[in-house]
Design a protein around this ligand. Structure first.
Ligand SMILES: C[S@@+](CC[C@H](N)C(=O)[O-])C[C@H]1O[C@@H](n2cnc3c(N)ncnc32)[C@H](O)[C@@H]1O
Length: 278
């Protein structure tokens, strides 16, 4: 059930979405997002994010941390020719990929730019709607990033974000103690691993109104689970963040591989869509 990109030497640490451009293989992060975005739960969550932004025809929309630009292109189809969508990402490799994909649909009103979500170049209230999916969990200085997102959203405009809470990872494994260590290691490998549970508080504290919060549990197929954790755990063992030997790490994977072979593998993780009015 592994694929060519599942070779351990090629695995990247998902906590390194902060620095895609300096990764050994930035393409791994693009492939990872394509795998994730293809999951049915992601499709549903994208639909909810877009719907939370309200009627979009003719609107100016910003997506920060836009990655390969797939979501921004979907939003561009909704704003129509009178509207515009801007996607920004800190990674030049991601923006280049987003540009390449958008070039296939030249009439879509979308453009991409390299920008750090902590220092946006746009004026106050420049957008009718702003969105951020799976990026705040990777961001240092979330206070500044959230202030920026709200600053560029006009008064009365809509904000919709999605982030995981990585401690909600479940996996059916016979060793409860070791698996709890893995969950904590995976969670703490992200800059803001507990981001999901803090979402409502953070945005209410910043004055967002009409706030809603919807949990989304994603069932993780084996290939996605393995790709999500393998690089992270290998890195944690190498750095000592997880005080296991290589043999212990391999031993932890074994029952999961066996479960997958018997069609018994189960894992899930929960994230949250937060939406509100500026
Ligand atoms: C997990 S990917 C999500 C991409 C996209 N939102 C999606 O759901 O397909 C996280 C993205 O955030 C970007 N990123 C990380 N830190 C950032 C920052 N400080 N400002 C802007 N983008 C950032 C990464 O380069 C990466 O493209």
């Amino acid at each position: 059930m592994t694929t060519a990109t599942d070779s351990p030497s090629q695995h990247q640490d998902v906590g390194r979405f902060t620095t895609v451009d300096s990764a050994d293989r930035s393409a791994w992060f693009i492939e990872f997002m394509d795998l994730a975005n293809g999951l049915p739960e992601y499709r549903r969550m994208r639909g909810e994010l877009a719907a939370s932004l309200g009627e979009l025809s003719g609107k100016r929309v910003l997506e920060v941390g836009s990655g390969t630009g797939d979501d921004a292109r979907e939003l561009a189809a909704l704003v129509g020719s009178e509207g515009k969508v801007v996607g920004t990402d800190i990674s030049a490799a991601m923006v280049a990929e987003a540009d390449r994909r958008a070039a296939r649909q030249p009439t879509l009103p979308v453009r991409f730019a390299v920008e750090d979500m902590r220092r946006l170049s746009f004026g106050n209230g420049a957008f009718d709607a702003t969105t951020a999916k799976l990026v705040r969990q990777h961001c240092d200085d979330l206070d500044t990033a959230d202030d920026e997102l709200l600053r560029v959203t006009r008064s009365g405009g809509r904000v919709a974000v999605f982030d995981y809470d990585f401690d909600t990872l479940t996996v059916d494994h016979p060793d409860r103690r070791a698996t709890r260590e893995v969950v904590h290691c995976f969670c703490d490998g992200h800059r803001n691993g507990w981001n999901g549970r803090a979402l409502a508080r953070r945005f209410l504290d910043r004055g967002l109104r009409e706030v809603s919060l919807t949990p989304h549990t994603v069932r993780m197929p084996w290939v996605f689970f393995r790709r999500s954790l393998q690089g992270r755990l290998a890195e944690a063992v190498a750095s000592g963040a997880l005080s296991w030997s290589q043999q212990e790490l391999q031993a932890w994977w074994q029952p999961l591989e066996a479960a997958e072979e018997r069609g018994r593998f189960f894992a899930s993780i929960t994230g949250f869509v937060l939406a509100g009015t500026r």
